[in-house]
Design a binder for this molecule. Sequence first.
Ligand SMILES: [Cu+2]
Length: 158
Amino acid sequence: MRRQPLPLLTLDRHRALPWWPLVVFSLACQPRAPARQPETVVLATDYAFQVPHEIPAGVVVFRFENQGKVPHEMALGQLRAGVTADSMLAYIAQGNDPGDLSDGVVGILIAAPGKSSLGTLSVRLLSGRTYMMICQFTDADSLPPHSAMGMQYSFVAQ
Ligand SMILES: [Cu+2]
C-alpha cells in the first residue's frame, strides 16, 4: 500500500500554503541585539575615586574617566567571601600580599589625564561580596603609589 503525502506538505495550485506564517516565524526567530547595559562611570581625580553610592549585583559595565593631571588606573579586585575592606587594608598595612585575601583581579581600566578609558569593563558582581578598586600608579620612584595617597575604594555589591 502506498502512502499519500501529508496534506500540509502538498504544494499545488489548489493547496498552496500561505506565505505569511513563514515570514512571521522567520522574523520572530531573528537574533536580537543584546540589551545594552547602562554604564557605571568611575571618576578619577588626583588622588581619589568618585563612585556611585550603590552598585548593584549582576552585570555592571564600568567606564573610567580621569579628571586628574596624571595617569590613573582602576584595578578592580574581588575579596574572598567574608573578607571586609577594613581587614584587607589592615592586612596590606602589615606588609602582607593582598592576593592572600582576594579571589583575584576582576579587571583593569586605564585612563590618561583628562581622558576616558578606551574601553569598558563588564563584570558580573556577586551579591553581598566586597570589591576593591585601587590605583597602583606612582608619579615618581620616590613617591608612594596612588593607593596610599587615597586612591582606594571598596563597595559591597547589593
Ligand atoms: Cu592613580
